[in-house]
Design a protein around this ligand. Structure first.
Ligand code: ADP
Ligand code: ADP
Length: 229
């Protein structure tokens, strides 16, 4: 059973007279609980692929299925709801709302899912405790360290118990030690919750720790054996 499936995926940016396909006929299956790294040269299309998988951009060919639902068949509102309930996102920059506390930032996806304040607060607190931030609930992003901000973003990504987390260089903006901590935390939590992970990274030593490493090259995904990474 796959949490995310891409079939014959194609993307061409139409800018001026340039119509260069980023990829064409790309297939991907992410099974429940599976962790997948996507590596590739700069400009290979990794971010584009992640945006398509997350329903943040529309493919020019093929289909993306999230939790069995065909993304292109959904209204914008339904796609937004599916994104909020079935996917978590962690980016290189945390994208936390600066005027809200860590707790409030993590509560927002729960409330968007229709839960009341008390339920959202309980769920968000539990997640923040599990990322080691039980003592930072009332801090705003500007009062948190870089690592703490990114751990808050990880808590936000997982708070609705999504089937899959999509990460685009989630530790790329942290020093090596903090990056390693945040990465280990993500792996640990994903395993504990049986959440799948699709991680875009240029760091092959991080990539090697996941179940599969796929290289995006010439518009296709190529499976790399561990020893070759
Ligand atoms: P990566 O994440 O692997 O570095 P990207 O997905 O960012 O690659 O980019 C893939 C290709 O698509 C690049 O050639 C890039 O210039 C192009 N591209 C990305 N976004 C846009 C856009 N919004 N409009 C036009 N071209 C784009
Ligand atoms: P790191 O090495 O993890 O980036 P920092 O040196 O940025 O940590 O911060 C150390 C500690 O001080 C962190 O726990 C952080 O929450 C706290 N802290 C940093 N800046 C502020 C602030 N402006 N107000 C309150 N606490 C802060």
């Amino acid at each position: 059973e796959s949490v995310i499936r891409a079939e014959g995926l194609g993307k061409t940016y139409a800018e001026g007279k340039m119509h260069t396909p980023v990829f064409d006929g790309l297939d991907l299956n992410v099974a429940a609980g599976e962790t997948v790294a996507i590596v590739g040269a700069s400009g290979a299309g990794k971010s584009t692929l992640l945006h398509l998988l997350g329903g943040l951009d529309i493919p020019t060919a093929g289909e993306v299925y999230v939790a069995g639902q065909r993304m292109s068949a959904l209204s914008d509102a339904a796609r937004g709801n599916l994104r909020n309930s079935s996917l978590g996102f962690v980016y290189q920059f945390h994208h936390l709302l600066p005027e809200f506390t860590a707790l409030e930032n993590v509560m927002i996806p729960v409330m968007l899912g229709g839960r009341d304040v008390a339920a959202a607060s309980a769920q968000a607190t539990a997640l923040l405790v599990s990322v080691g931030l039980g003592h930072r609930l009332g801090h705003k992003p500007g009062e948190l360290s870089g690592g703490e901000r990114q751990r808050t973003a990880v808590a936000r990504a997982l708070v609705n118990k999504p089937g899959c987390v999509l990460g685009d260089e989630p530790t790329g903006n942290l020093d090596d030690k903090t990056a390693a901590n945040v990465f280990e935390l993500m792996l640990e939590l994903n395993r504990a919750h049986r959440t799948s992970l699709v991680l875009v990274t240029h760091d092959r030593s991080l990539a090697r720790k996941l179940d599969r490493v796929l290289e995006l090259r010439e518009g296709r995904l190529h499976e790399l054996a561990g020893s070759r990474v």
